[in-house]
Ligand binder design. Structure first.
Ligand code: PLP
Length: 285
């Protein structure tokens, strides 16, 4: 596999990053995951805009223009012959050559930019979309700026392990009695025919898939309510689902062992998945 590191395309075994890189020492970096379907990028624009925002919130700048970034994505898709899969992009504050809590001078320390691909044949036809996933609830113990897509993923990783140990697929995190989001996705329920998902704030990641799904839902005359909800309300909902760049729209059929509806993926969730995939593919670059 060919990867991109700081301006170079290299075999993955030859790619190197300094041990002083601030992402390695302090999780001082941000990332994006963009899906590839039929060799094209889904919502590249959305991911590029969020990347710029994440970097800005941490006093970092885009390492290259949006056009140049798109070209790197495309080159990796071509070289690695990706039909369906994901592109991972990470930008860190770089390697100042020593360990210090203070940010290094951006004039002398260049950011580290890494991109690699993951091939996932049949990504959009996952059989899981037909059966749905089971989630457990856990306390949300992450830091308070979840709107910045940083590489600090230890707690979400622990959450997925807790889910696996409990025989589930993922965890929904709960703060002050209300669901924030999934470990790597946004959380939704459908109640009284309305799509309910937590409002945007620093408490959740502003999902690129979330923005697209809500836009498509409104265009299809489905009602949307942006507000938080409890696990109990979710367990009594008509349907439940998650969204993310890698899972698109994925039904949730069980929460803490309680079946949602009849325990099968809901019809409106299935329709939203279809609309999302259709519309996003039309705009793919
Ligand atoms: N929430 C969290 C915590 C995430 O890590 C992710 C994706 O990685 C999402 C939500 C979904 O965001 P997106 O739709 O942009 O992939």
């Amino acid at each position: 596999r060919t990867v991109y590191v700081n301006g170079e395309y290299l075999p993955e075994t030859e790619a190197k990053v300094s041990i002083f890189d601030r992402a390695f020492l302090m999780a001082d970096g941000v990332y994006e995951v963009t899906s590839v379907l039929g060799g094209k990028l889904i919502d590249f624009e959305g991911h590029a805009v969020r990347l710029e925002r994440s970097l800005g919130e941490l006093d970092m700048k885009m390492p290259m223009s949006r056009e140049a970034l798109l070209e790197v994505h495309r080159e990796l898709v071509r070289t690695n012959e990706i039909t369906d899969g994901l592109i991972y992009l990470q930008v860190t504050r770089g390697a100042p050559g020593d360990r210090d809590f203070l940010f290094p001078d951006p004039e002398t320390t260049e950011p580290t930019v890494v991109l690699f691909t993951q091939s996932k044949p049949g990504l959009a036809n996952s059989p899981v979309a037909k059966t749905g996933i089971r989630v457990i609830s856990i306390d949300d113990l992450r830091w308070g700026r979840r709107d910045i897509k940083t590489v600090q993923l230890l707690y979400p990783s622990m959450g997925k392990m807790m889910a696996q140990k409990a025989g589930a697929d993922d965890a929904w995190m709960v703060m002050d009695g209300k669901v924030t989001e999934g470990t790597s996705n946004n959380a939704y329920i459908i109640k009284d025919g309305k799509i309910v998902t937590r409002e945007l704030s620093t408490d959740i990641l502003h999902g690129i898939t979330r923005a697209a799904v809500l836009r498509f839902a409104r265009e299809a005359q489905m009602e949307v309510e942006e507000r938080s909800f409890t696990i109990e309300e979710a367990q009594q909902a008509e349907e439940a689902f998650i969204t993310s760049a890698s899972s698109f729209v994925m039904p949730v059929v069980q929460i803490d062992g309680t079946k949602i509806g009849d325990g099968k993926p809901g019809a409106r969730t299935a329709r939203l998945r279809e609309i999302y995939l259709d519309e996003s593919l039309k705009k793919a670059v």
